[in-house]
Write a protein that binds this ligand. Structure first.
Ligand code: SF4
Length: 196
């Protein structure tokens, strides 16, 4: 991970950035930053690996459909002060790629919460937008399809076939090139492999 390049390109695109050697350092930073807020989480193996739901739940009201499934949790997460998610692919040129089947994570990441934090491990970085999208489909979607026991070509082969499977998990692909107007978006780069 070349943070010098990432910092320049993402801050040129009006994102805030910060850098941590370990996920524990990143988690401690978030625990200091987020106190007395409502906090929504997108579906994210990264945040689960960091134990953020439990950690931030000590001093905040937290909402995560992986812990409390249901439409009310989706709505509360979308309307929270703070939203935390990861990325399926990050282009070193300064763009964030996420794919989704439900759309809750994409929606909350671009409009609603006052502050959005992306947590990005070094395994998510790709040189440019096409390779970051390819990574999001071939690696992130394929592994998520396996995790969710979906019957998709990527789960079987590890490569996206742009399928029309009823189990398709990636109906939407979002490229965030700049934060939305008035949005406060910070990307925490972590020099470890996190999530997928
Ligand atoms: S389009 Fe189908 S094969 Fe490609 S990543 Fe999505 S679910 Fe997998």
């Amino acid at each position: 991970m070349d943070y010098t390049v990432l910092k320049k390109n993402f801050e040129d695109h009006r994102f805030q950035t910060s850098y941590f050697e370990t996920k524990e350092e990143a988690a401690s930073y978030l625990k200091e930053q987020i106190v007395g807020k409502s906090v929504g989480f997108g579906g994210s193996v990264t945040t689960r690996e960091m134990g953020l739901y439990e950690m931030l739940g000590e001093n905040n009201q937290v909402y995560w459909h992986w812990e409390v499934p249901g439409p009310e949790t989706y709505r509360n997460a979308h309307n929270a002060d703070v939203y935390i998610l990861s990325a399926n692919g990050v282009a070193e040129t300064g763009e964030i790629i996420n794919i989704d089947g439900t759309g809750n994570r994409l929606a909350a990441s671009i409009f609603g919460p006052k502050k959005v934090y992306y947590i990005v491990g070094k395994n998510k970085i790709a040189p440019d937008i096409p390779s970051a999208i390819k990574r999001a489909k071939d690696i992130a979607a394929a592994k998520n399809a396996v995790r969710l026991n979906r019957k998709t070509p990527c789960a079987a082969t590890g490569v996206c076939h742009n399928c029309s499977s009823p189990d398709r998990i990636c109906g939407m692909t979002l490229i965030v090139e700049r934060p939305g107007t008035g949005m406060d978006v910070e990307i925490l780069f972590v020099n470890e492999e996190l999530g997928y």
